[in-house]
Design a protein. Sequence first.
Length: 408
Amino acid sequence: MNTNWILIVSSSLILVSYLFNFITKKTNIPSVLLLLGLGVGLRIFADSRGFHLSAVSSALPALGTVGLILIVLEGALELELDRKKSKIISQSLAAALGILVATAFTMATPLAIAFGDFHRGLLNAVPLAVISSAVAIPSVAHLTDPAKREFITYESSFSDILGVMLFNFVLANDNLTAGSVGAFFGEIVLILVMCLVGCCVLVYLMSRITQHVKFFLIIALLILVYSLAKLFHLSPLLLILAFGLMMNNIDLVIPKFLRKYLEHEKLDEELPVFKSITAESAFLIRTYFFVLFGFSIDIASLVNMKVWLIGGIMVLCLYTMRAMYLKWVLNLPLVPELFIAPRGLITVLLYFGIPSTMVLPGFSGVLLFTVIVTNLVMTGGLIYYARQTGQRIDQPELSDTSDLPLGH
């Protein structure tokens, strides 16, 4: 393709994605659906012209990983910790863990019956059990109730982290043994130690680097540490979340004897800039990811009735488990929390991580079906909640990039 056309298409996608931001704020339609639809439309147009992009599938995992890192970091940078929020955090963690495990095993049961292999069924079910923070966090950014907004932000971030850990555990262990469980908890301890050391080093660098180009250096270091940890099958998303929380809550998180080594005034001045750069970068990456993912979708898979049947069972399982846990275990309201359980970026990334020999036949269609339906349910739930509460959805300012639309 001509270089000028590449630049025209790339810049046009950003402009259209920004337009989707206004549509999302006005209608509550998740931008992930708009971006997927745009990608599908471009694919239909490209096929009609005989044009093919063979490198799309290979670029998706890398784009998605960077997008996931930036989106979790963006969400964490907006969270403020205090002792009053300990209940929300504990409820979010309990919801993320309980719903994830219950949903994964519930989904795996019909898959095991259909395909005769529980381990294989569980491995394919785990990606569908994970809430996508990349979709959930931007979608609740306009909620006027801060408790609900923070609950969803924490829950979806914890779900991403725990989902990756559970996926790696299931992938590495055919059978559940005392040794495998011990190794799993050992991994958690190792990750926590890495988080403590890594976050302190990164915050120190942020306060001490004097050159103008520093923020992308920090982001590059985060991506580097994330990738290195993934090579050893660890779950470094916890590091990303912890770093964002530490940056926004230095006085509360960092011990007093370490704070004397930091330049507080400099950090206070640069934190808003870092937030803005992170949000802008996340917007850019997620735009391209979901458009390319939509471009790579096999639309024919959605006309298969078997896909609708299995996908419908998966969706029924996930909302049943979520409703039961929220209502009976945590005693939380179902509106809008029940509906805000979208599948997206993390689901796609984990699915790409399943070995080809372990992928269930036709499951890519089930994946797409689940992503679309859960986002439509979230759309309906948010619209219903807004009407019930009389909440007004504000138009975004042109300079506001803290909750730009999404693009697993």
